[in-house]
Design a protein around this ligand. Structure first.
Ligand code: C2E
Ligand code: MG
Ligand code: MG
Ligand code: MG
Length: 278
């Protein structure tokens, strides 16, 4: 998936294995520089109420525009950061940019909506993770409820008991959490039931096939599961009106995808929010 998307943007992602390896090394080499030189940016993508189309929160997504490499796809640089022990630094950059945005809106007296940041497994399990988050929101004078956390479903397979403890600490500190890419990680019902998370994000792969009927039963089951567990479900990657109407018909209330909005810079988002507020 990452390679396919990357291939559309940069031709050298599609070449053979050897080139691929060189490319990865090159990315890893550029990464530490890039982190110091502020080459990263954050885009936000709205999460919307499917019935009204109204924005109720956002997901923050890191972007890397490298002078040497061009626009590097997130799946590629996130993996490189994870493999080279730099993911906390990268997540921290995203976090700070999100908090700066929230703080700016707050000072202007604008409406605040929650923003979710993605956290990689190693970072999630870092002993200071929750403490760092608490300090960060305090430093920026932002209430914890405006910052949310997205963690992939597979987290529970690394260390379920520890993951559960961290989710509980997050909740106690006022941060809501979402399970990201749900449906890909084969988690059991009892696993999910024990986690104090508020939102299940249904993986995009299920949504893209929903109109051909292939994954309708799966998506319906996840939506019902979420309802039964008192959680919200949200469909990722809605691209067509057909997908939207099917999702609405099976009781899915929230969504995210290019059909509504693509991820965009903060200032573009501000303009859209100004219109929505009226
Ligand atoms: P994710 O958390 O599952 O984010 C959703 C991805 O789906 C984003 O890809 C988003 O641009 C894309 N997307 C949203 N709507 C649509 C749609 O309608 N169609 C299609 N085809 N795609 C859609 P993106 O921005 O390339 O990010 C990829 C992954 O990189 C994210 O997956 C997330 O796991 C990770 N990531 C991004 N930023 C950060 C970060 O700051 N820290 C960490 N740890 N991971 C990050
Ligand atoms: Mg996410
Ligand atoms: Mg996702
Ligand atoms: Mg993903």
């Amino acid at each position: 998936d990452a390679k396919k998307r990357a291939g559309n943007a940069l031709s050298f992602f599609t070449v053979d294995q050897e080139e691929e390896t060189k490319r990865k090394l090159s990315i890893a080499n550029h990464l530490s520089h890039a982190l110091q030189k502020n080459e990263f940016d954050v885009h936000v993508q709205p999460k919307v109420d499917l019935q009204s189309g109204k924005i109720f929160s956002f997901e923050a997504l890191a972007r890397w525009s490298s002078p040497e490499l061009g626009q590097v796809p997130p799946d590629v640089f996130i993996q490189a950061a994870e493999n080279s022990g730099k993911i906390r630094t990268l997540d921290q950059i995203t976090l700070v940019k999100v908090l700066e945005w929230l703080q700016k809106r707050k000072k202007l007296g604008k409406q605040l909506l929650p923003v979710a940041i993605n956290i990689s497994t190693d970072h999630f399990f870092h002993p200071y993770f929750v403490a760092d988050l608490r300090k960060a929101v305090k430093d920026y004078d932002i209430e914890a409820k405006y910052l949310r956390i997205e963690i992939t479903e597979s987290i529970g397979m690394v260390d379920f008991e520890l993951a559960k403890t961290i989710f509980e600490q997050l909740k106690l500190a006022g941060f809501e959490s979402s399970i990201d890419d749900f449906g890909m990680g084969f988690s059991s019902l009892s696993y999910l039931q024990q986690l104090p998370v508020s939102e299940i994000k249904i993986d995009r792969s299920f949504i893209s096939n929903i109109d051909s009927g292939g994954t309708l039963a799966i998506v319906r089951t996840i939506v019902q599961l979420a309802t039964n567990l008192n959680m919200e479900s949200i469909a990722e990657g809605i691209e067509t009106a057909d997908q939207l109407s099917i999702l609405s018909a099976i009781g899915c209330k929230r969504g995210q995808g290019f059909y509504f909005y693509k991820p965009m810079p903060f200032d573009e988002m501000d303009k859209i929010l100004d219109k929505q507020e009226q």
